[in-house]
Design a binder for this molecule. Structure first.
Ligand code: ADE
Length: 240
């Protein structure tokens, strides 16, 4: 997979060199290129923003540098373009799985009050476009969202995870939050590991984990419960 990120703060994407995405890079699974939007400006001040038509607070990102950026990047081949914006569709594990099937993603990181809407509309005439939000809160810009999305997508690429089973069992993969996990020692500061996990009874352990996942999801994310098909016949009480 190839990932391009267009931003006015290329240094913000430095963590991509580290950790998960860095490992995928070393393995040759992903080719990540970060671009400074100001490289597509032509004035002395390298201007990327202007006041909004219609008035109001803040500044809007000008269309011209973005247009030139996409001319150059899309000339190198087709891509799915992700605009990171608080007014996008919510980013979920399902969106991550979908994006992980793409050959190439170009992230456009907005700043200020956002990017002139005509950029999104014009790019949509020549590429697959999605506007994605990290969540219902406002960041200073889309860079952190691009980082988070990249990490969630890259770890799904075939060949990335040593243990594919750990992908299947984690939170959100089955529509539920993950059950609580424990390691040694069996007793720590007066808190004991649930005995069933020490029983060696694999069926009982699987049933306990499913029950815990359901309880946790019902308590913390009732919005997910309605969507889950795995809640049949389970009575929701307090998590143990
Ligand atoms: N830019 C600013 N806030 C954002 C958010 N919540 N998600 C994606 N991009 C953003």
């Amino acid at each position: 997979m190839r990932i391009d990120v267009v931003t006015i703060f290329p240094e913000y994407l430095a963590p991509l060199e580290l950790s998960l995405a860095g490992r995928a890079r070393e393995k040759g699974l992903v080719d990540i290129r970060v671009h400074d939007l100001r490289g597509w400006t032509h004035d002395r001040h390298r201007t990327v923003d202007d006041t909004p038509y219609g008035g109001g607070a803040g500044m809007v990102m000008k269309p011209e540098p973005w247009g030139e950026a996409f001319d150059e990047l899309l000339a190198e081949g087709p891509a799915t373009v992700v605009f990171t914006t608080p007014s996008g569709r919510p980013f979920t594990q399902a969106v991550a799985r979908d994006l992980a099937t793409r050959e190439r993603i170009v992230f456009a990181c907005g700043r200020y009050e956002g990017i002139d809407q005509r950029v999104v509309d014009e790019v949509a005439t020549r590429a697959e476009v999605c506007e994605v939000s990290l969540g219902d809160y406002v960041l200073n810009g889309g860079e952190v969202a691009a980082l988070a999305i990249t990490e969630a997508v890259v770890r799904l690429l075939p060949g990335f995870m040593g243990n594919a089973a750990s992908l299947v069992e984690e939170s959100h993969e089955d529509g539920l939050l993950e059950y609580p996990v424990f390691t040694k020692p069996a007793s720590w500061r007066g808190h004991d590991v649930p005995p069933v996990l020490l029983s060696g009874d694999h069926a009982a352990i699987a049933a306990w984990r499913h029950d815990q996942a359901v309880r946790r999801t019902a308590q913390r994310r009732p919005d997910l419960v309605a969507a889950s098909t795995l809640m049949d016949d389970v009575e929701i009480g307090p998590a143990e």
